[in-house]
Design a protein around this ligand. Structure first.
Ligand code: SF4
Length: 187
């Protein structure tokens, strides 16, 4: 399959997903970027819940992300918390209202039905193929991976639980499934 053909399909699919997200967000006065930022905050770990990390993840300007976070805050969809050790750092977390909204927005309208109808997409082949393509392109372009903690080279399984080898801090069972801005795959 030619890279150009794959790009055409992915672009059309992403446009469609974004159109559905825009439609969904209209009911709550939200733009797709605001829903994407809130979605990220429902999935990221404690090292990745800062405005800087949201900016890196979305690949947008600091100003755009800052405006989006301000609006989410005003709408009561996220709350801010100052870091206990470093007062200059702010952590962001979706409120219960924010989490509920994101649960309603995923999956996009029609996606589940489309996957059921597509006979060639049996099993986890599609997911694995997309994930490995994403990983390979991130590595090729030297981009951050923002992937699940349990796939990180710093993640250590100990007899008493899990440990982050980078920060030397214990990780809960729940945290190892969250995405992290410091994540790195084993080479
Ligand atoms: S093990 Fe990796 S992904 Fe997990 S918290 Fe540490 S740096 Fe982040």
């Amino acid at each position: 399959m030619r890279a150009q053909d794959v790009q055409d399909i992915l672009e059309r699919l992403c446009n469609l997903l974004r159109m559905e997200m825009r439609q969904f967000g209209l009911k709550f006065g939200l733009q797709p970027v605001q829903i994407e930022a809130l979605t990220y905050l429902t999935q990221c770990n404690r090292y990745s819940d800062t405005p800087q990390a949201v900016t890196e993840y979305l690949g947008l300007t600091k100003g755009t992300v800052s405006q989006s976070l301000k609006l989410l805050d005003q709408k009561g969809l996220l709350r801010k918390r100052q870091d206990k050790k470093d007062k200059r750092i702010v952590h962001l977390a979706p409120t219960a209202k924010g989490r509920k909204l994101i649960e309603q927005s995923i999956p996009a309208k029609g996606l589940e039905a489309a996957l059921k109808m597509s006979h060639s997409l049996k099993g986890s082949g599609l997911e694995e193929g997309l994930r490995s393509t994403l990983h390979a392109m991130q590595r090729h372009n030297n981009r951050k991976t923002f992937a699940a903690c349990h796939t990180c080279r710093f993640n250590q399984k100990l007899s008493e639980g899990f440990l982050c080898g980078l920060t030397n801090e214990p990780l809960s069972k729940q945290e190892i499934h969250m995405i992290c801005r410091e994540h790195e795959y084993a080479v």
